[in-house]
Design a protein around this ligand. Structure first.
Ligand code: GTP
Ligand code: MG
Length: 171
């Protein structure tokens, strides 16, 4: 059959935002993990869409591992940045990490697509994707295509819309 185009994606965001849960949902049912634990360092995962074959660097978001992220920036052809929409206290930390990412020499001058998931939309205290977008000042990203989707990774809601957008950007 036709060989799908291979794409490396970096999955970034604070610890507990839902990165691994999202990536797990995108894998075929028979490849999905039953229970998800905090990522140590990073983990390499794969999933396919109709036209693309994604290799995901699912990075740990814990403070002590965040310095690993930048070593993979050169490899990444797309970014999935996950935010816990209910974690108002750490929204400013998420913004700091995003700004550091956007200003990194390996990212700054590249037109790399960024897909944001405003995750945990099922929680009562969750902020809307519009509010998350405002708090992270996403309108200031002018030189890269970006898109934000509200998601519930546990139920798999909102993920397909995001992946469809990402596929369009790359295909
Ligand atoms: P690190 O690997 O430590 O960086 O965390 P992570 O971003 O990979 O988070 P992970 O996928 O391990 O999820 C953290 C916790 O949030 C788990 O208990 C998940 O079940 C839960 N979780 C993930 N997504 C959602 C969601 O959309 N809604 C709710 N209610 N819980 C979620
Ligand atoms: Mg994880």
């Amino acid at each position: 059959g036709l060989k799908k185009k291979e794409v490396n994606v970096l999955c970034l965001g604070l610890d507990n935002s839902g990165k691994t849960t999202i990536i797990n949902q995108l894998k075929p049912t028979n490849a999905q993990a039953q229970d998800i634990v905090p990522t140590i360092g990073f983990s390499i995962e794969k999933f396919k869409t109709s036209s693309l074959s994604f290799t995901v660097f699912d990075m740990s978001g814990q403070g002590r591992y965040r310095n690993l992220w930048e070593h993979y920036y050169k490899e990444g052809q797309a970014i999935i940045f996950v935010i816990d929409s209910s974690d108002k206290l750490r929204m400013v930390v998420a913004k700091e990490e995003l700004d550091t990412l956007l200003n990194h020499p390996d990212i700054k001058h590249r037109r790399i697509p960024i897909l944001f998931f405003a995750n945990k939309m099922d929680l009562r205290e969750a902020l809307s994707s519009v509010k998350v977008s405002q708090l992270l000042c996403l309108e200031n990203i002018k030189d890269k295509p970006w898109h934000i989707c509200a998601s519930n990774a546990v139920q798999g809601e909102g993920l397909q819309e995001g992946v469809d957008w990402l596929q369009e950007q790359i295909a």
